[in-house]
Write a protein of this length. Structure first.
Length: 213
C-alpha cells in the first residue's frame, strides 16, 4: 500500500509539473501573438499641428534642440513658408524658440529648399553694412554676401552669387566695363542731357515717339 501511495504521489507531481509547463507555454504564445499589435499601438503618435492621432512614429519629426515632435508633412511646409518669407525655420511648438538646422532637416528638403536655406545662411553671415541689392534682381532679392573678384575689388566690381550677374557695388548698376565710376557717371550725365534736348526738340516740333499713337 505504501509503495502504491508513493507511486500515485509521484504521478501527481509529474502531472502538476506538466500542467504548469503547458500553461507557461500557452502564456508565452499568447504574449507573442499579442505583442505586435501592442507594439504597433505604442508606436502611434499625435501631431499637435494637424491633430491626427494615428500617425506612425516613423513619419514623425523630432526637433533636435527641444525634442518637440511633429509630422514630417507639416514640418516640410513650415520650412518652405519660413524660407520664402526670408527667415530661418524654428520649432512649430507655440512659444518655443528652438531653431531647426539644415543638417537635421536634410531628408525633408527638396533641392530647391536646400539651396534656398544655404542662401539664407550665407546672407545672414554677411555683415549688415555689406549687404547690397543686385541691380539684375531688380531689388527683388538681396545680393548680400557677394563674391569679390580680387583684381577689380578696389574698383567696385562684384558678382552676385544669386544671379551670377556682375555689377558695381559703388554705382549700384551693372558693371561698367573699361570705365571708372566717375567716367561712367559723366557718360550717364551727358546721355541724359542729350535725351532731354531731344525730347525738348521733339516737343517743339510735335514729334511723336515711334511706336506710340
Amino acid at each position: 500500500m505504501a509503495t502504491e501511495s508513493k507511486t500515485k504521489a509521484g504521478l501527481g507531481v509529474r502531472l502538476d509539473d506538466e500542467y504548469k509547463t503547458s500553461m507557461e507555454a500557452e502564456i508565452r504564445l499568447r504574449r507573442i501573438s499579442y505583442l505586435p499589435d501592442e507594439a504597433k499601438e505604442a508606436e502611434k503618435e499625435t501631431c499637435v499641428i494637424c491633430l491626427d492621432e494615428d500617425i506612425g512614429s516613423d513619419v514623425m519629426f523630432a526637433v533636435d534642440k527641444c525634442g518637440h515632435r511633429f509630422c514630417r508633412h507639416y514640418v516640410k511646409q513650415h520650412i518652405e513658408v519660413k524660407l520664402l518669407d526670408g527667415t530661418f525655420p524654428s520649432c512649430l511648438q507655440h512659444r518655443c524658440k528652438s531653431q531647426l538646422t539644415i543638417d537635421r532637416c536634410d531628408k525633408l528638403l527638396t533641392l530647391k529648399l536646400s539651396l534656398m536655406w544655404k542662401q539664407r545662411i550665407r546672407e545672414d553671415s554677411t555683415p549688415f553694412t555689406e549687404r547690397v541689392y543686385g541691380p539684375h534682381d531688380r531689388l527683388t532679392s538681396r545680393a548680400s554676401g557677394v563674391l569679390s573678384t580680387t583684381c577689380f575689388e578696389s574698383s567696385g566690381f562684384r558678382t552676385c552669387f544669386k544671379c551670377s550677374g556682375s555689377f558695381c557695388v559703388n554705382c549700384k548698376v551693372p558693371w561698367h566695363y573699361r570705365l571708372s565710376c566717375s567716367d561712367y557717371e559723366k557718360s550717364c550725365t551727358a546721355r541724359y542731357a542729350d535725351d532731354a534736348r531731344l525730347k525738348s526738340l521733339a516737343s517743339g516740333y510735335r514729334w511723336r515717339q515711334y511706336g506710340k499713337g
